[in-house]
Structures are given as C-alpha cells and as structure tokens.
Write a protein that binds this ligand. Structure first.
Ligand SMILES: Nc1nc2c(ncn2[C@@H]2O[C@H](COP(=O)(O)OP(=O)(O)OP(=O)(O)O)[C@@H](O)[C@H]2O)c(=O)[nH]1
Length: 413
C-alpha cells in the first residue's frame, strides 16, 4: 500500500491539533479507549462538543514538562493509503521544526484561519515548503464556520494566496475550505458548503498522485554499512547496505563506486524478505558486486555515465536552526547522506526576506530561523547533487562539534 508523508504547519490556534484529531477520529484511526478518554476530558472541561485537540495533547504535556520534541510522527491508515504526519508542534521554532519534519515529505498541509486569511506565517511556511521542494501543498482554510461558510471569503483567500504563490516555484497547490471543529470537508463532505465542488481533505490525501515525485533517473546508493556475516553458510557474502536515494538498480547493471572510481557489476540485490530484481527509492537493500572492491560507509554506488558532482566547495541555501548564530569562520561537522566531513562557512552571500522573498545584502548576520545563501568549504570532497535534482543527495545538516546539536539544515544549489 502506498505511503504518503505530510507535514502540518499553521500559526498558533489555527486549529492544527483539532484538524489532526478530526482526521484520526472521522477516519476511524483511533482506538475506542482513546475516544472515551477524550470524551471524558471534554465533559470534565464543561465542553458541549468533543474537543478533538485533546487527542494530541500528550504532546503538549510533554512540552510543558520541558521535554523537547521537534517533530512528532503520527501514523494512520485508510483502506487506500498509509499516512505519516510529521507534526511540528513548536510556536516559535516553526522553521526548525518544519525543516526537520519535511525532508522526506510528499505534501505540506498549510493551515490558516478563514477570519485572518493569509498571514506572515502562511508565507513563511509556504516558502520553506517550496525551498524544501515538497511537491504538493494543500492550503486548508479552517474555521469556515466562523465566516458563515462564505464562498466569497474562501475565494478571497484563494486569490490572496495565489498572488503570493506566484512568486514561489510551487508546482501543485490545492485549497480546501474546512471546519476542523465540526468536521466539514475533512473526512466527510460538508452540508454547509454545497458551493464547494472539490474533494474533501482526506480524499485529496488518499488520491493525490505521488508516483512521479521520486527521482528514478539518477542512480545513487550511499553505502551505510558493509555486511560480512561471520557464519559458515555466508562466509563469502559481502554486501553493501543502505537506502536507495535515486534511480533504479538491477542485478547485471554496470556500476561505479565513488570516490574510488572502481567499476563493477551488480551481482545481487538482497532485502530483508529475500532477493529482488529491482531496487528504487526509498528501498533499503544490500547490494553485492561481482568484484572485490574496498568500499566503506560514505561511499556511493552510481552509474558510470551519471555521476554526482565531486566538490569541496558548495553553495547552499541554509536554514539556521540554533539560538546561537554561526561563529565567524566557525567549523562544523557536515552530514551528507551517510557521510560526515568537517566544514567551514566561508562566506554569507545574502539572506532572504521570507515575506517579500527579496535578498538582503546589507545585513549578513545569520540568526535563528533565517534563511541565507552561503558558501561552504569542506575538508573532504562530497558526492553531491543539487537539491532540486535529488532531495537526499542534495541536502546537508550542520552539527556543532562541541554541543552535538544540529545547528542548520541546507539545500545544495
Ligand atoms: N470555530 C472553530 N474553532 C476551531 C476550529 N478548529 C479549531 N478551533 C478552535 O481553535 C482553538 C485552537 O485549536 P487547536 O487545534 O488547539 O489549535 P492549534 O493550532 O493546534 O494550536 P496549538 O497546538 O496551540 O498550536 C481551539 O479552541 C479549537 O477548538 C474550527 O474549525 N472552527
């Protein structure tokens, strides 16, 4: 069954928790005892209706106890698809949270309040979603009940957003008028908005076409570990395990191992469930080769006529995620696919004003949540692709060596 990963983003109180609760509840993805608990809590709070946002409150409790959770993953399934929601609970650290949750997302769900329309956060989230090249954006115009389910208001917001999105490189954007509180157009069609001819949110999530979103052209297999079992039966086995980051690999394919540059042929492709004739993203497999080549973690198996760039100088769009800005000529650990090298920020070229999308060239001091274009120099060459070609081999993170914190996420240009 196909899996759809999506992120959620909205401003405080736009109704994100309620919407997720509603999705789980109406699609019957939660357990009876959870429903009972939520009903009881709602009654205790003197509410007339069941407060579905209580379903996701476990997260809030943890937050209030000071436990940091950047991204909470929620799973649910309908007969048509499986879903993973990367729910990003932060108020202030939204950029950070979104970047963390979005790197593998197929779709970004952007929530806004029908009374307020498009606000700064909407623009910010949309910009980050396009920067991260999340292929589909669904704008949920929530709280339609508070604007009398007005078609006119909905159209006004669609127009407002479309005008803003014209400046972005958004490939696919949809709009759904909903009321998360009453369940209109979330899972069930709204009786109150007969003017809306489009799909309900769940139906959209179940049917949106994501098959073409993967890169099946550029073969990229970053090696995670070398498998050499010690048992008698397998003593000849030498497999390179990892997750396919691009392209299709088959036994018999001529391949090239980078950075060593040795060529070989794929002997077999094994998985947990046995050998396969084909491996493509995001399958986790173990590849064996006809020849004995010295391969280690961080190396990449590719095709001869289609190689990533080998370079120590990278131009990157960087989202800074830490309270503390980068140190002058500061050194960081750069993680890229299964590889780790050390790096230095050589130059800040410009920052981006997320609201106007203009370049800021006169202020180059990077602060938390800001996005800037920087030039990096690494201690060892990386095997990199532009992010717009491959989201796995085109993205990096920077880690502070002393604190071990992830301080930035970047997209290679
Ligand atoms: N009238 C109306 N109220 C709603 C709707 N959706 C959410 N609300 C209310 O809006 C308030 C905020 O909802 P939440 O779901 O907690 O919002 P949130 O965005 O998750 O907020 P945080 O988790 O605090 O970021 C609650 O009082 C909800 O009951 C809606 O469709 N209509």
């Amino acid at each position: 069954m196909q899996l759809l990963r999506f992120t959620t983003a909205g401003s405080v109180d736009d109704g994100k928790s309620t919407l997720i609760g509603r999705l789980l509840y109406d699609s019957k993805s939660i357990f009876e005892d959870q429903i009972e608990a939520v009903k009881r809590s709602s009654e205790k709070k003197g509410l007339e209706h069941v407060d579905l946002s209580l379903l996701t409150d476990g997260l809030k409790d943890e937050r209030e106890q000071g436990i940091t959770i950047d991204v909470a993953y929620r799973y649910f399934a309908t007969p048509k698809r499986k879903f993973i929601i990367a729910d990003t609970p932060g108020h202030i650290q939204y950029t950070r949270n979104m970047v963390t949750g979005a790197s593998t997302a197929n779709l970004a769900l952007i929530l806004l309040d029908a009374r307020k329309g498009v606000v700064e956060q909407t623009c910010r989230h949309s910009f980050i979603a396009t920067l991260l090249q999340i292929p589909h954006i669904v704008v949920c115009v929530n709280k339609m009940d508070l604007v009398d389910y007005s078609e006119e208001r909905f159209e006004e917001i669609v127009e407002q957003y479309t005008e803003f999105a014209a400046k972005l490189n958004v490939k696919d954007v949809r709009f759904v008028p909903i009321s998360a509180l009453y369940g209109d157009n979330v899972v069930n069609r709204s009786e109150k908005m007969k003017w809306y001819q489009g799909e309900t949110l769940l139906h959209l999530l179940e049917t949106i076409h994501i098959g073409n979103d993967k890169n099946l052209i550029d073969c990229r297999f970053p090696v995670q570990t070398v498998i050499r079992p010690h048992s008698e039966e397998y003593h000849d086995y030498r497999g390179y395990a990892g997750r396919v980051a691009g392209g299709v690999f088959k036994p018999g394919d001529k391949v090239l191992v980078m950075p060593s540059g040795f060529s070989s042929t794929i002997k077999s492709i094994d998985t947990y469930d046995g050998p396969v004739q084909e491996a493509f993203p995001p399958m986790s497999v173990s590849i064996t080769l006809e020849d004995d080549i010295d391969i280690s973690r961080g190396d990449m198996i590719v095709r001869e006529n289609n190689q990533p760039r080998v370079s120590q100088d990278l131009d990157v769009m960087l989202c800074w995620l830490n309270e503390q800005g980068p140190a002058m000529r500061g050194k960081y650990v750069l993680r890229h696919t299964t590889n780790e090298v050390r790096t230095m920020i050589k130059e800040v070229l410009y920052k981006v004003d997320i609201n106007t999308l203009h370049r800021i060239e006169d202020d180059k001091e990077i602060k938390m949540n800001e996005i800037s274009r920087v030039r990096l120099r690494t201690t060892k060459p990386l095997l990199a692709d532009p992010y717009n070609r491959n989201r796995q081999t085109g993205s990096i993170i920077l880690i502070d060596e002393t604190t071990n914190e992830t301080v930035a996420a970047g997209m290679i240009l």
